[in-house]
Design a protein around this ligand. Structure first.
Ligand SMILES: Cc1cc2nc3c(=O)[nH]c(=O)nc-3n(C[C@H](O)[C@H](O)[C@H](O)COP(=O)(O)OP(=O)(O)OC[C@H]3O[C@@H](n4cnc5c(N)ncnc54)[C@H](O)[C@@H]3O)c2cc1C
Ligand code: SF4
Length: 509
């Protein structure tokens, strides 16, 4: 049997729908589960509130693409507006708009989860094959030197001058043409993401994929047949339209660490742990300005990482320290991040081809939670801890010294007020960054936690098979279950975890 992608903003809404397995979300977690379950002969329906955007529809225009490919049109933020919470909202999820960095879970982190959190299936010897399969799904390879652009090379030159360890990163591109617009979708489909790998296989196995279909409530969590209330959306995804009920025996929620908890909370499902233990891994950009042309928008925007300061085996938390990773935004996002306006802002943007930027990426402890307000409205509460602030200050200090060692004339940290550093001695100014609410453009792309897996209901929202406590066959197969930061990047861990959890589920259904 062959399945299909059915756009509910255009196609007639099916009347009574029943399926064996309903999966909410078509990203790394959901698409992987859909593929394995459909290939094993199970009846699968995937619900996805985004639409399928392929080929020329990915028009490389900031305004259109953030509007259509990102959750809340790119405007999602914590309740105090301190942290921009970026997530995909498109068929294929975050993999469609992410930076393609492939960073598997380090073995010490896996061992930490098994020993400290009782998640024995994550022990390196058990989890290794799932991680290898995830790398295979992603066609993971080292980024070729020919695609490392001069902005990332500046980071490498500066790091090497100071004797810091770093590496050209792994990625999941095949046939990349170096267009540089990865964060607003790849128009030539060079990314081996869930849209291009798992979903076509799921559909070939018979899965039906409904797009512009938002799950708003799961009813009867303790019964054999659950009801999922689904609202269709208009073609642009702005407004809800009709309501349809889908019935399913097994429900897999894989809507992302924020939306999965939101859906469970809206439905009144789960224990008091649901929504808690949120990690956002807030990242801070820094920008080096050079005299010469850099053209950081050319080739692969994110290809070199300074790994000197990352710690993979912290006894207390597993992954700790910080990384400095080259990055380049499209003009729209860069202009909003630069801390200048008026003539000064114009002058800074006129230097767009002379900038080399980095994201400072420090894992965090659980520091927030997700709530729902009236009508299911999402509230993301997060308080950045002093230890996270301190590691970001250290990261600013070292990133600025690296850019200066590579020949930058000044390094700008886009805080309010802006920090402009012109010499290694001035790098000490990093110690003055206060991180008072909404004074630093913190960005989250790797949300984790909120339905933590734990052997005891006291400690988590789901058991080690990711079954939500207190339910009959309602699971969460995304990074919601992670007790600590899985890796500096979440795509590979989520695919690997979904593979492991789905394989276990297949032994029971
Ligand atoms: C800008 C950006 C860059 C990133 N770069 C990297 C990187 O380079 N490397 C890396 O490893 N990771 C990266 N990440 C993180 C990684 O892409 C995500 O962690 C991963 O895609 C999450 O997978 P997921 O399956 O949990 O959720 P998602 O991929 O977010 O998929 C969830 C899907 O569920 C849908 N959905 C949500 N709620 C509902 C609902 N109620 N009903 C129906 N559908 C719903 C959403 O529309 C979405 O498409 C990046 C993320 C972002 C945002
Ligand atoms: S850099 Fe490569 S992967 Fe990114 S958008 Fe361009 S062609 Fe696609």
């Amino acid at each position: 049997m062959s399945g299909a992608i059915i756009d509910l903003s255009k196609e007639p809404v099916p009347e009574a729908l029943t399926t064996e397995i309903c999966i909410v979300g078509s990203g790394c977690g959901g698409a992987t589960a859909a593929r394995l379950l459909a290939e094993a002969g199970h009846e699968v329906v995937v619900l996805e509130e985004g639409r399928d955007f392929i080929g020329p529809e990915r028009n490389q225009r900031d305004s259109d693409m953030y509007d259509q490919l990102y959750m809340d049109r790119g405007g999602r933020a914590t309740s105090d507006l301190s942290i921009s919470v970026l997530q995909g909202r498109v068929l294929g999820g975050g993999g469609v708009i992410n930076a393609c960095d492939v960073v598997p879970m380090p073995e010490p982190v896996l061992a930490h989860w098994a020993a400290k959190y009782g998640l024995e299936d994550f022990a390196p010897d058990r989890f290794g094959s799932f991680q290898a399969d995830a790398l295979d799904d992603l066609s993971a390879s080292r980024i070729p030197e020919s695609l490392v652009n001069s902005a990332n090379n500046k980071l490498r030159i500066g790091a090497e001058a100071l004797g810091y360890r770093g590496e050209v990163m792994m990625h999941n591109r095949v046939g990349c043409q170096g267009l540089g617009t990865c964060l607003i979708g790849c128009p030539v489909h060079a990314k081996r993401n869930p849209r291009m790998v798992a979903l076509p296989k799921a559909i070939a196995g018979g899965a039906r994929v409904f797009t512009r279909a938002r799950a708003v409530e799961i009813r009867h969590p303790g019964q054999e047949l659950k009801e999922i209330r689904v609202r269709t959306l208009d073609p642009l995804g702005y407004h809800e339209q009709e309501e349809v009920i889908l019935r399913a025996k097994v429900v897999i929620v894989a809507a992302n660490a924020i939306a999965s908890a939101q859906l469970l909370l809206r439905s009144g499902i789960g224990n008091l742990q649901v929504g808690r233990n949120l990690m956002l891994q807030p990242q801070l950009p820094v920008i080096g300005f050079f005299k010469e042309k850099i053209d950081g928008f050319d080739l692969v925007p994110q290809s070199y990482a300074v790994t000197e300061f990352e710690q993979e085996d912290n006894e207390d938390v597993g992954l700790w320290g910080y990384r400095i990773e080259g990055v380049m935004g499209t003009p729209g996002i860069v202009s909003t991040l630069l801390p200048f306006s008026g003539a000064e802002g114009m002058q800074a943007m006129a230097q767009y081809n002379r900038m080399a930027a980095s994201l400072l990426l420090a894992p965090d402890r659980p520091s927030g939670h997700v709530e729902v307000g009236r009508g299911g409205r999402l509230i993301i509460q997060y308080t950045q801890r002093p230890d996270h602030q301190e590691r970001l200050r250290q990261a600013v200090y070292n990133a600025t010294r690296i850019y200066l060692a590579a020949g930058a004339t000044r390094v700008v940290v886009p805080t309010a007020p802006p920090l402009v550093i012109r010499s290694p001695i001035e790098a000490e100014k990093a110690r003055d960054i206060t991180f008072a609410p909404a004074t630093a453009p913190l960005v989250s792309a790797h949300q984790q936690g909120t339905v933590r897996m734990a052997p005891s209901e006291r400690d988590g929202g789901a058991d080690p098979d990711a079954k939500v406590y207190g339910t009959r066959d309602i699971y969460v197969f995304d990074s919601s279950g992670f007790p600590t930061s899985a890796s500096s990047h979440t795509m590979t861990p989520i695919i690997a975890a979904s593979r492991m959890l789905t394989t276990k589920l297949l032994t029971r259904i």
